[in-house]
Structures are given as C-alpha cells and as structure tokens.
Design a protein around this ligand. Sequence first.
Ligand code: ADP
Ligand code: 5GP
Length: 184
Amino acid sequence: MHHRKLIGLTAPSGTGKSSLAKRVLDEFPSMNLSVSVTTRPPRPYEQHGREYFFVSVPEFERLITEKALLEYEEVYPGRFYGTPLCTLTEAETPLLLDIDVKGASTVRSTYGGFFIFIAPPTVNELESRLRSRGTESPDSLKMRLQRAKLELTYADRFDAVVINDSFDEAAKEIFSLIQGYLDK
Ligand code: ADP
Ligand code: 5GP
C-alpha cells in the first residue's frame, strides 16, 4: 500500500496537458512528475529521463515481462507508454501523472488518487493546436485525431473536468483543484 498523493492529468493529445503539467510542477515545487517509458521517438526539445525514458520495443517488452510497469497502454499502433512501478513505490512526494484515459482509469481504480480530465474547447481547436505544435507527421496527426474521439467519451469517469480554453484560466482552475485534494 502506498500513502503518496497521486494526481493525474488526462486528455486527448493536443489539448495542452503537457504544458499544463509543467505549470503545475512550477506551482507545486514539492510535487514530482512520474516520468513514463515510451517507444515513440523523442521530439526535438525532449530529453531522455525528463519528459520520458525513450526505449526500443524489445526493451519495453522486457519491462512488461519483468513486471516493472504499474500499467501500460499501446496508445497508438506500435507506440507503447507505461508508468514505472518503482516511481510510485519509491515516491516520497506527491506525484503527477500525465497519462492517457485508459491508463488513468486503471491507476485510479487500483491506487486511487485525484484525476483531472482536460478537454479542448472544440475538436477543431484541438486539431489546430496539434498542427501548430508541428511535432506530428500527417499519419501521426490522423491517428491522434482519430483516437481523440474515443478519449473525449471518457470525460465523466474522472474526478473533475477542466476546459483548456484560456490557458491561464485552466491552469488556475487546476491549481485550485489540486490544492483542495492536497489539503484533504
Ligand atoms: P498535449 O500534451 O495535451 O498533447 P501540449 O501541451 O503539447 O498538449 O499542447 C499542444 C499545443 O497547444 C502546444 O503547441 C501548446 O503550446 C498549445 N496550447 C496549449 N494550451 C493552449 C491554450 N489554452 N490555447 C492555445 N494553445 C494552447
Ligand atoms: P505523447 O506522445 O503526446 O507524449 O503522449 C500520448 C499519450 O500517451 C498522452 O495521452 C499521454 O498522457 C499518454 N501517456 C504518457 N505516459 C503514459 C503512461 O505511462 N501510461 C499511459 N497509459 N499513457 C501515457
């Protein structure tokens, strides 16, 4: 049994979840990000061990076999993402998870915690944010938009929903939800 506070941010790709997660970590210096393992290639600004641990598919499969992952999902075809189990068991501070809707459901039902679903103002805005981020190939963009439709149907399974229209407003709303959970 772990006694750490667990905060999850979950949202369709392009909603602004990673940007909001960074703001949360600045606002709550005692909180740490749970760095996931993934088989997708790093984006130019990403660093191994900071945003993710980037591994090959065989390495990821080895982690599954060794039961080193608390949960994992093939979020997109051939793209695996997982939460290292040791991050949770060794945590001595509140942990922030940036996690897809399925992984979030699994962790929430197994370990509890407080999960916030972040929604885009509209699907068109989601698409334009993903495009303007400039990180996705046409195929990857298509996959992410396709998956977003399923992800949006998960909104009511979590503890709160925040619409990321104005970034600063959404951040403030998230800070106050998290503070409420930490104070409990
Ligand atoms: P995610 O982690 O959910 O995929 P990101 O944090 O990478 O999303 O954000 C996707 C893109 O949208 C980024 O280019 C980011 O700067 C931009 N963005 C995030 N929030 C907003 C917002 N409220 N309004 C406009 N653009 C935003
Ligand atoms: P991205 O490729 O945009 O960084 O992430 C794609 C999706 O995978 C996002 O919804 C992100 O939250 C999710 N994700 C990141 N790490 C994990 C993880 O460890 N487990 C699960 N299930 N999803 C994750």
